[in-house]
Ligand binder design. Structure first.
Ligand SMILES: *Cc1c(COP(=O)(O)O)cnc(C)c1O
Length: 396
């Protein structure tokens, strides 16, 4: 037998974390790394945050799981708190980002079904998007590496160029249910949409009674210095898919919707065995306790500005490698002049800095939101040292 017990779908690296301490991860062989990947925008309170750990431990000892067939005081309280703090009127809890997007897709289709327009079942999506790994979410992207070998894919998606309002408008027809878009593309390379683009999608949806779905799985939950990134753009969606940071490391997702958009999601239409169980809700509540503290979001914005300024300052010293910085808040991308994967591995293996590679030659910098100035300085120092010791691939 040559297959590994863990199905070998990930090209796993030699860094094998066994413990987390705040903004650091410690590996099996005792190496300590500054974690500016945060489990890909998940551990927004870092590792071992006392309030989050205690909330999970206490809830686990009290009541971990019950069926969604029963009334859920924990789910109601968590949903109420989300509703009180964002555009949404109602929430469906999931276990992952892809499931939150699935629920968003079903919500959009069922809105039109409920209005007697079941033919309006096509979502317009965007090039280089990432919405997850389920059949529907890989069908919603044009990325061949996600789709290869998994045909037949699901119908009901049309992909057009990102941030191109005219292309989006031109794709609308009588079958269109709405748009599914990441306000800031994550896997695609930390690409923020323009305000005009998102506002334009909102206007089309208003004119034609379509559903605007934002996939905020990566950019949501305080990452940009706003609870959700739509606030940064000033464009209100009808449905938001949320996950990653929302449980701070515990698997939780949420599909947030307005009352109007959720018109079709009546009893019996959707469900989940685990989704929103008491343990998940306790984790989510504990995260909200911290990030809804009065100064938390302003601090994320301020730290984002300082990190960005420090990165920008460093670029001219290594302009053979570094191109530019982009992103919002603490969702930053350092664009390289070469493919980013080898540099991300070099930073991890030789400089004790964890980042994540993304499309378009980008190094994603997604620190825990609790970093302080010393972590910013350490990150920039490691990036500079990493750039100095990195062997550029031969020019093509
Ligand atoms: C990570 C991600 C997903 C998928 O989330 P999973 O929890 O891995 O299913 C969906 N959309 C975006 C924008 C993401 O970044």
């Amino acid at each position: 037998m040559t297959i590994t017990p863990l199905m070998p779908v990930y090209p796993r690296c030699g860094f094998r974390p066994v413990k987390g301490e705040g903004c650091y991860l410690i590996s099996e062989d005792g190496r300590r790394a500054l974690d500016f990947a945060s489990g890909i925008a998940v551990n927004l309170l870092g590792h071992g945050h006392p309030h989050l750990s205690k909330a999970i431990a206490d809830q686990a000892a009290t009541l971990m799981h019950v069926s969604n067939l029963y009334g859920s005081p924990q789910g109601e309280a968590f949903a109420q708190r989300l509703v009180d703090n964002c555009f949404a009127d109602t929430v469906f809890f999931t276990n992952s980002g892809a499931e939150a997007v699935e629920c968003a897709i079903k919500t959009a289709r069922r809105y039109h079904h409920a209005k007697g327009n079941p033919h309006k079942n096509v979502l317009i999506t965007f090039k280089n998007a990432f919405h997850g790994r389920t059949m529907a979410t890989i069908s919603a992207t044009d990325q061949e590496k996600l789709r290869d070998g998994f045909a037949p894919l699901l119908e009901g998606f049309v992909v057009v160029p990102f941030d191109d309002l005219e292309a989006a408008r031109a794709a609308v027809n009588e079958h269109t249910a709405g748009f599914l878009v990441e306000p800031i593309q994550g896997e695609g390379g930390i690409r923020p949409a323009s305000q005009e683009f998102l506002q334009g999608l909102r206007d089309i949806c208003d004119e034609q009674d379509l559903i605007l779905v934002f996939d905020e799985v990566q950019c949501g939950v305080a990452r940009t210095g706003y609870l959700y990134a739509y606030e940064h753009f000033g464009v209100i969606p009808d449905v938001v898919a949320s996950a990653k940071g929302i449980g701070g490391g515990f698997p939780v997702g949420a599909c947030l919707a307005t009352e109007k958009a959720a018109a079709g999601m009546v009893a019996g239409t959707h469900g989940s065995t685990y989704g929103g169980n008491p343990l998940a809700c306790a984790a989510g509540m504990a995260v909200l306790d911290v990030i809804l503290e009065p100064d938390f979001m302003d601090n994320v914005k301020a730290k984002g500005e300082r990190l960005r300024a420090s990165l920008e300052q460093m670029i001219p010293n290594h302009d053979m490698l570094f191109d530019s910085v982009r992103g919002v808040g603490l969702m930053l991308g350092l664009k390289l002049k070469v493919d980013s994967r080898a540099f991300v591995a070099h930073l991890r293996d030789n400089h004790g800095l964890l980042t994540v590679a993304a499309g378009d030659n980008v190094v994603r910098i997604l620190p825990p939101l609790i970093i302080d100035d010393s972590h910013i300085a350490e990150c920039v120092e490691k990036l500079s040292a990493g750039a100095a010791s990195f062997t550029l691939p031969d020019a093509a």
